[in-house]
Structure formats: structure tokens, C-alpha cells
Design a protein around this ligand. Structure first.
Ligand code: MTE
Ligand code: MO
Length: 256
């Protein structure tokens, strides 16, 4: 697939400018070096808080690799099958009735069936996944830029985070979930992936839909995504720390 980087930048900006209060960003000359920051901006322009955060070096594009770098085996980690009756039914129907709901603090909440998602423009990226348990793997992911979905649902001005609710639960019945700042949803490499290495995601890797949140550790890469909820605060969701592992002490902003 061919990518139009300039278009991705414009789309990112459009989304990031879409909400939040406007603040002046002074002295951002060094930030202009960031590989995907729009060159049309200069320091006299006003930017939102979200753009300011998004253009810091930690939010630059993650390194992308070539086909030759793809790992021969991409391990599966964490839950490798949600194992619920509901999920088993979806497997039996080849996920034909799976839908991803995007709602919460949105002007136009809606859901997309897997088939509808696959009809949207996709992005393919070869990136490295790093798990805190001490392994890394390079894989080719294809999916829908999350920013495209956000522009469709139109987050409300008070939406600050996106929470990813997954289909799996642990032994104690605690659901797996994850979250990111709304601005990170518009990063060009943030995608809802449905293919790994050119084939539909298998169950161990998060079928039928999983998040790729590049430049973040493995546990942020939510598998079996069912629902994306836009919220103002993470307190009151799960243990209140923004994710299944975060509730057990892991970093929320797991940048690498
Ligand atoms: N829903 C869900 N997502 C999850 C997990 C999980 O157990 N459940 N494990 C996380 C961890 S720790 C890692 S390293 C990656 C593993 O992804 P993989 O199985 O495709 O390698 O998924 C992450 N996302
Ligand atoms: Mo992990």
C-alpha cells in the first residue's frame, strides 16, 4: 500500500485541532524537526494542548522496518484466547457479527462491523513490539487508522482519553482494558489492526481486532477490542489507573 505522508499529517492535525482549548505554543522551533509535524505551522500559530503534546519527540513516528526484517515467529503473550462462550460463538461465525463500538463522549457515537472496518482505507506498517517480559518481535500490521474513526464520531471537547475494552477476562473475572490520550488516537501509526503479516489476525494475536499503539510497550497493544469509550477521566474504570496492568502498578505512559 502506498502512503501519502503529507496527507496523514494533515489528517492528524485536523483531528488534533478538533477539540480542546486553544493555547499558544511558544518556542517550538525544535519541535518542527519532528518527522511528521506539519511544516505549514510556525511558532506564531496557536495550537491546542493536544498538538503541543503530540509534537514532542516521544511522539514522533515509530521506526518502520522492511519485509526482510519480519520475525519468523511472532510470539503470543498474555491471554491467547478469551475463552468465553460469547467469544466462542463469534469464532464459530468467523467474526461475521463482530462489531467495534466507539462511543462515550462523542457527538456521533456509532459502531462498525468487522466487514465495514475492512472497507475503510487501511494502513500497513512493519514495527517492533516490545514486551516487558523480555522479548521483541517485528510484525507487519494492517488496520484502520484510529484517527479516521475519531473524525467520524467527533469527540466532545471534554473527551480526554480513549478506553479500549477487550473481550477477555482474567481468572478473577477482571476484564482486560487499556487506554490512551485522545491525541494519541490521531497519531498516524495508531491503528485498529485486523491483519498480521498479511493474514487475518489469529486468536492468540487478538482476533479479529487489536490495537497497535506504536512506541508503547506490549501491554498497551490491546487485543480482542470490542468497545472504545471516550472519557474525561480514567478514574472509575477498572481499578482507575487506565489499564489492566496499570492497575497492578505498570506505567500508564509506556513510551519506548
Ligand atoms: N486483551 C488483551 N490484550 C493484550 C494482552 C492480554 O492478555 N489481553 N496482553 C498484552 C501483552 S502483555 C502483550 S506483550 C501483547 C502480546 O500481543 P501478542 O499476543 O500478539 O504477541 O498483547 C497485550 N494485549
Ligand atoms: Mo507484554
Amino acid at each position: 500500500m502506498k502512503h501519502d505522508r503529507a496527507m496523514e499529517r494533515r489528517q492528524f492535525l485536523k483531528g488534533a485541532l478538533g477539540a480542546a482549548s486553544v493555547v499558544a505554543l511558544a518556542g517550538c522551533d525544535n519541535l518542527m524537526q519532528s518527522s511528521w509535524f506539519p511544516s505549514i505551522l510556525n511558532k506564531t500559530e496557536k495550537l491546542t494542548e493536544r498538538v503541543q503534546r503530540a509534537v514532542t519527540p516521544t511522539n514522533a513516528l515509530a521506526k518502520e522496518y522492511g519485509d526482510a526484517d519480519i520475525s519468523s515467529v511472532f510470539p503470543a503473550n498474555g491471554n491467547s484466547d478469551p475463552g468465553t462462550e460469547d467469544y466462542a460463538e463469534h469464532v464459530a461465525k468467523n467474526f461475521s457479527e463482530w462489531a467495534v463500538e466507539v462511543g462515550g463522549l462523542a457527538q456521533a457515537p456509532r459502531s462498525w462491523s468487522l466487514a465495514a472496518l475492512k472497507e475503510l482505507p487501511s494502513r500497513t506498517q512493519i514495527t517492533r513490539h516490545d514486551c516487558v517480559e523480555g522479548w521483541s518481535a517485528i510484525g507487519k500490521w494492517t488496520g484502520i487508522p484510529l484517527g479516521d474513526l475519531m473524525r467520524k464520531v467527533q469527540p466532545l471537547p471534554n473527551a480526554k482519553f480513549a478506553v479500549f475494552h477487550c473481550a477477555d477476562v482474567d481468572e478473577d473475572g477482571m476484564p482486560y482494558y487499556e487506554s490512551m490520550a485522545l491525541s494519541d488516537c490521531y497519531h498516524p501509526q495508531t491503528i485498529l489492526a485486523y491483519e498480521l503479516n498479511g493474514t487475518p489476525l489469529d486468536i492468540p494475536h487478538g482476533a479479529p481486532i487489536r490495537l497497535r499503539f506504536e512506541r508503547q510497550l506490549g501491554y498497551k497493544q490491546a487485543k480482542y477490542v470490542r468497545r472504545i469509550e471516550l472519557v474525561e477521566t480514567l478514574s472509575g474504570i477498572g481499578g482507575g489507573k487506565g489499564g489492566y496492568w496499570e492497575d497492578q502498578g505498570y506505567e500508564w505512559y509506556a513510551g519506548i
